[in-house]
Design a protein around this ligand. Structure first.
Ligand SMILES: [Zn+2]
Length: 338
């Protein structure tokens, strides 16, 4: 093992590409790296997906993420021989000296952490992940996300407590035969639909065309989701006019004027002041997140037994704070890149 040599071969570019070793880029692409790995299907991790497909020998992701991208971008992707869906734990030999494996993380369906084994040692790139419910991988160098990398980014309530509050807000409202508007990120939308279905909510869900395309993939991988209608379809329009209750899902930041007089719930920890609160009358915020909070990030580092941690500053400026905290609190060498 040679940590210094391994460190020299890891870079993060301003546009978010993580370079590991001689041949590999993650969540981006580099013209001189023949293998591109996609950790998960969220927009800020697939910006270079199609350019990578055009010039990389292999574009590798989990089987689930491959299915999500095919559903989203079109079935032509099925026939791209360099677009590979790997099973978790399966080894892909990049060269004699570099081997990769993907392991699951709790985030959007198919999200993976990437283990690269090289002659100089092991490097793990976490991608985005939630903690607990993600198993840390033992490694020499850890490259990690830093979304909640500030020491104040600590959640008080458990995920289950927040989900219970989400379900009870919704069941109360639909009991009065009123519609509900939910704002969340892609992937979270499908999970929330499944949670409501499992809680016995039987009224129709409505969502936009992009999120609608992912529903079948979630079902394929075991999520139970009730009736979903596509926004803009005649079936959805009929329900919306009928006066019957429905739950309408939208991405965070969407402008939905028709939601004005009804219960609105934003499900995201980003910029949330508390775990659960009423932002305006009848507009609630629930800080459910698929990213580890500050304590979760530190706990992952501790359990990974990494000797060097590199935090991803290309996607979040808190990476610089997080690297400082890792050094001070855990006594582990850490830096933020780029
Ligand atoms: Zn993500």
């Amino acid at each position: 093992m040679n940590i210094e040599r391994l460190k020299e071969k890891i870079k993060i570019t301003k546009d978010g590409t993580i370079i590991i070793g001689d041949n590999i880029s993650c969540d981006g692409s580099s013209i001189d790296k023949p293998v591109s790995i996609i950790s998960h299907a969220h927009g800020d991790h697939i910006k270079h997906f199609e350019s990578a497909l055009s010039y990389c020998n292999h574009v590798i992701t989990s089987a689930q993420t491959r299915d999500l991208l095919i559903a989203e971008r079109g079935s032509w992707l099925k026939w791209r021989r360099n677009f590979i869906g790997l099973s978790y734990g399966e080894t892909f030999d990049v060269s004699q000296n570099e081997h990769i494996k993907l392991f699951p993380v709790k985030h959007v369906l198919g999200a993976s952490q990437v283990l690269v084994e090289t002659t100089y040692g092991r490097a793990v790139y976490t991608g985005d992940f939630n903690y607990p419910n993600t198993d840390p991988i033992k490694t020499d160098v850890l490259i990690m996300e830093a979304t909640y990398g500030c020491s104040e980014d600590v959640r008080q309530q458990s995920e289950q407590q927040l989900l219970d509050q989400f379900v009870s807000l919704i069941t109360r409202e639909i009991g009065q035969r009123k519609p509900v508007y939910v704002f969340a990120h892609p992937g979270k939308i499908q999970c929330l639909m499944s949670i409501l279905t499992n809680a016995g909510v039987e009224i129709p869900f409505i969502c936009g065309p992009k999120d609608f395309k992912w529903i079948e993939v979630y079902r394929k991988y075991g999520y139970t989701i009730g009736t979903v209608l596509q926004q803009g379809s005649s079936e959805a329009a009929e329900i919306q006019k009928s006066g019957s209750p429905f739950i309408s899902f939208h991405r965070i930041g969407s402008n939905v004027p028709e939601a004005k007089d009804f219960l609105k719930i934003r499900v995201s920890a980003f910029m949330a002041k508390e775990d659960f609160y009423e932002l305006q009358p009848n507009y609630y915020v629930i800080a459910l997140s698929d990213h580890a909070d500050f304590n979760g990030l530190l706990e992952y580092v501790r359990r990974s037994e990494a000797q060097l941690v590199i935090t991803d500053g290309s996607r979040c400026p808190k990476a610089y704070m997080l690297a400082r905290e890792i050094k001070e609190r855990l006594g582990i060498e850490a830096l933020a890149l780029p």
